[in-house]
Design a binder for this molecule. Structure first.
Ligand SMILES: [Cu+2]
Length: 115
């Protein structure tokens, strides 16, 4: 459980080695605050795959939510981060994802992957 937004910002601000480092740091913080099962949860917290997809057609927060919701349904997905300005959708998952599955999820939300 993440207890305060300040916890995330603190660690994220200290991670300067790239966005993947940010994701991992964020997850570790969230598990550090888990009172029970700390070692097991820490192991599960490892992000094994991160991929960024370019999505076209998103114009507002509702679009972001729709795309995020569909991709989150895919098995193994642990985190979806959408940059509305660029259309970049970063997906963290426990294992590498089939790109066609991600593309189908984006299509299900009503958008398209840039070609
Ligand atoms: Cu929208």
């Amino acid at each position: 459980m993440i207890q305060a937004a300040g916890d995330i910002e603190c660690v994220a601000g200290g991670a300067k080695s790239g966005e993947t480092g940010y994701e991992v740091a964020l997850r570790l913080v969230s598990f550090v605050h888990t009172p029970k099962g700390y070692p097991v949860n820490l192991r599960r917290a490892t992000v094994n795959a991160t991929a960024t997809y370019a999505v076209v057609g998103m114009t507002c927060g509702h679009c972001v939510n729709a795309v995020s919701a569909e991709i989150t349904k895919l098995p193994g997905v642990t985190e979806v981060a959408v940059d509305l300005d660029t259309g970049a959708v970063k997906v963290s998952s426990e294992h590498p994802l089939d790109e066609s599955a991600v593309e189908a999820a984006i299509a299900e939300a009503g958008y398209a992957m840039a070609t």
